[in-house]
Design a protein around this ligand. Structure first.
Ligand code: ATP
Ligand code: MG
Length: 421
């Protein structure tokens, strides 16, 4: 679990800002649900025989009432719970998005943390393939906004439960024939959840899994039509994709379209975003039956990939650093700074260093050093002589280094605007 500290946290805020803007353009509304939910919610929605439920959840008992609780390992279950509890679909579909921490007790490694962050989008109450495509277009637009390159889209269809039943039988027969090649997890899952075997990360099993019966060959006409419709919208929008018949995702709640955005640049933690349709989940957790589709991206992985590529993010700096040589200057100086801030100017006021006496502000030299280090474009110097004339000195700290002008405090609004250009 990581602390996210400045200046790195600015990069997080930058990404979150891009997401908010984009979600607004697609008319997705923000939802914020608790990070703790009753354990059975996750067990029932993700599926008992999944990596997350079997090995990765932080579950505990509420000491006061004995309730079984879990730190959310993902947020689709929580969103569906909230949507159901508050009857949000009563007047039709809802498009929602969230951002926040998730918790999985995994082996820590690059791109895999125990508290990590997801941004997710869910469209609930919409059955159409066009919404599956909208989800993918939305994610693709985000990569564009962020300047993210080298991501590839993989697509598959998991069909419907009755189609999966037929495939399941074929899968079990195939893996039974190859029982010796199965690892322990897979042997255990062979009869409880054979589809999960396809999602194995065990390198020794990749050959076996690649040759397994493919779900796509078991799909009926309606499922295939849905899949084709998604693809034709993607194609019409110039979105490249590859069909990966092995792509099954890690949770049990998916049907029809599933997809992942993958990169080769992050080693084995190459999936930056995954999603799909979950038309049965709402009913399964007790809501009125309604279709849905969504995705979630891993913020840490997206940021790491961006860094790898040398992103366009520019660290924000103050416009102005205020130097106050004398304690007596503070009342007038602070008033001036407040005016500037209200004009939209980013102002950092010099902070008196520890150990200085009650009226000591630190030497001019040390104040200028701080001003330089802040990255500010201008230093404002509230010297006693200038203030006596109702003026302040403005010194350029970057281009035109050292150029200094005097500005009148009376005309502050006017020159404030010039600082912004
Ligand atoms: P993986 O196959 O890498 O384990 P996953 O299928 O378990 O991923 P999802 O549950 O689909 O992941 O979550 C969506 C995204 O969240 C992933 O694509 C990934 O970017 C991110 N993610 C998942 N688990 C972690 C983690 N432990 N640390 C950081 N990011 C994660
Ligand atoms: Mg995982």
């Amino acid at each position: 679990m990581n602390d996210i500290l400045p200046p790195e946290s600015a990069r997080w805020e930058w990404l979150e800002g891009k997401v908010r803007g984009l979600m607004a353009r697609y008319a997705y509304q923000n939802i914020r649900t608790p990070i703790v939910e009753p354990t059975p919610l996750f067990v029932r929605s993700l599926g008992e025989v999944t990596d997350i439920v079997e090995k990765e959840m932080y579950s505990f008992e509420d000491k006061l009432n004995g309730e079984a609780l879990t730190l959310r390992p993902e947020n689709t279950a929580g969103v569906v719970r909230a949507v159901t509890e508050h009857n949000l679909l009563y007047e039709g579909g809802k498009r929602l998005y969230y951002m926040g921490p998730m918790f999985r007790h995994e082996k820590p490694q690059r791109g895999r943390y125990r508290q990590f962050h997801q941004i997710g989008a869910e469209a609930l109450g919409f059955p159409g393939a066009e919404i599956d495509a909208e989800m993918i277009l939305l994610a693709q637009d985000l990569w564009f906004e962020l300047g993210l390159k080298d991501v590839r889209l993989e697509l598959n269809s998991l069909g419907q439960p009755d189609e999966r039943k037929l495939h399941r039988a074929a899968l079990i027969a195939y893996f039974e024939l190859n029982n010796d090649a199965l690892d322990e997890d897979s042997k255990r899952r062979l009869h409880t959840n054979p589809l999960r075997i396809l999602d194995t990360k065990n390198p020794q099993m990749q050959g076996l899994v690649n040759a397994a019966p493919q779900l796509i060959n078991f799909l009926g006409e309606t499922s295939l039509q849905h899949f084709t419709a998604v693809q034709s919208i993607l194609t019409a929008n110039g979105i490249a994709y590859q069909i990966n018949p092995r792509l099954v995702r890690g949770m049990d709640y998916y049907n029809l379209t599933v997809f992942e955005f993958v990169t080769e640049k992050l080693g084995s933690q190459g999936t930056i975003c995954g999603g799909g349709r979950f038309d049965y989940l709402i009913e399964q957790i007790g809501g009125k039956a309604a279709p849905a589709v969504g995705w979630a991206l891993g913020v840490e992985r997206v940021l790491e990939l961006l860094k790898e590529q040398g992103d366009a993010f520019v660290m924000p700096v103050p416009d102005v650093y205020a130097i106050t040589p004398d304690y007596a200057a503070l009342p007038l100086a602070t008033r001036t700074l407040q005016t500037l801030r209200r004009q939209g100017i980013k102002v950092q006021m010099h902070g008196r260093p520890t150990g200085s006496d009650a009226t000591g502000m630190g030497s001019m030299k040390s104040q200028f050093k701080k001003a330089d280090a802040s990255g500010a474009r201008y230093a404002l110097i509230f010297g006693a002589d200038e203030l006596a004339n109702q003026q302040v000195a403005v010194k350029s700290l970057r281009d035109g280094q050292g150029a200094q002008t005097l500005q009148s405090l009376v005309a502050i609004e006017t020159w404030a605007q010039s600082l912004l250009t």
